[in-house]
Design a protein around this ligand. Sequence first.
Ligand code: BES
Ligand code: MN
Ligand code: ZN
Length: 499
Amino acid sequence: MEYTVKSGTPEKQRIGCVVVPVYASRKLSPSAKNIDKASGGYISNLIRRGEIEGDLGNTLLLHNVKNTLCDRVLLIGCGKEKSIDANTFYKINNTMVKTLQTSGATEIASYLTEVAVKQKDAYWKIQHSIQAISETLYLFDSLKSDKKTTRRPLRKFIFSVSRRGQLMKGEQSVRQGMAVSTGITLAKDLGNLPGNICTPNYLAKQARKLARQHVKLKTSVLEEKDMEKLGMGSLLSVSKGSREPGKLITMKYSAGDKKQAPIVLVGKGVTFDSGGISLKPGAGMDEMKYDMCGAASVFGAISACAELQLPINIIGIIPTVENMPDGIASRPGDIVTSMSGQTIEILNTDAEGRLILCDALTYAEKFKPDVVIDIATLTGACIVALGAHPAGLLSNHNPLANDLLSAGQSSGDRCWQLPLWDDYQEQLHSNFADMANIGGKGAGTITAACFLSRFTKKYHWAHLDVAGVAWKSGAKKGATGRPVGLLTQYIIDRMKAGS
Ligand code: BES
Ligand code: MN
Ligand code: ZN
């Protein structure tokens, strides 16, 4: 898809379709008024006859409107003019795309950027129009024999800006919207692939492929024998139960000053989580192919930052394994030694995410990070606590937590902080090792983070539990690409604050 920005009045656009907002009740936007005036009151006439109210979700497609240069005019109902928030803006764009897909138009001039969205500026609207369009058009049919083909697919969107002076920054928003959308799409594709295709080896290949697309991005992969030398007994205790060898992928994006400490992103890459010997129940087990969505979000965020050629240093670390039951799989009660030297009693082999993350977090020390953020579909308890709206956030450094919270607000890809109090640490007590890998009843998301916190003492760290947000269950089952939007926004904000 091609995207660009332009300033100019709607009736003068020589294009397949011009999209203009109308508000409840029957109120015309400035661009709708322009077309109304040019056409001798055609639109106000239609509205008087009750053809469109302007409620959210309303649409009216018009052809050959008098004194306009476009083939079609699409009126989009936006609801009450003064109560449009980021979610409503998404819905408006979503309705636009769905209507256009069957209209025959291929090139579109959108004046939806005219809509006032609470607390957001023109540039946000351009970026998020692109993300909404990309989201609506997303289709994962690479594994279906019958691929949907559209006879006249949408090819181009031009977003209206009110002044010529906004064009340059507008183009920047276009680039950002496209880069984030590409990152989100990559994360969704990886998430949606099944466990028999998206294996640890497949992820390593994809990381190498991504590095070939960007000169400043380098990938390296540690094999099980390398990890043995490093003493990653905890990670290896999970991977040994599978025929698929575990890997530790490192992606290094170096476009900043050599002396600048990197932002390190660590993503949980369990390509399938059966639970291991502590086997999960059968119902819904297929969804555990999404247990690598933390890793996928690291791919997505790094891809977006590289695409934008941000002048910073970012390192992505992806511990990736498959969690399976086997004759040599870990048993409940086994004790393993992590790379940090701390010993862990595995009381439940289904709490495997923390077992692979802890060694990756120790490994992260060697990069002398500015901050470390891990992203993981870590606990079902997070879905119980927060549902599907925000990711769970826990951190050992409040300024970092606050930066993530505000990046969540501005990107719309939100997170919500839970307490990482010492009071919870005792739940990890083990009679036989330094700690247990589960914290018993109560506060499952917090005790999982407490476990990780024992491996992150040497740097500023935040943990995002994305079990509730990384994919949707039910009829519209699929990966969401979250939290690529949040991570990219955090990185951009941090870069701007530092310069
Ligand atoms: N990958 C799961 C977490 C999960 C469960 C995400 C359901 C999304 C939906 C993780 O490895 C896991 O199994 N966690 C256990 C931890 C428990 C054994 C302490 C859980 O949440 O049940
Ligand atoms: Mn598990
Ligand atoms: Zn898991």
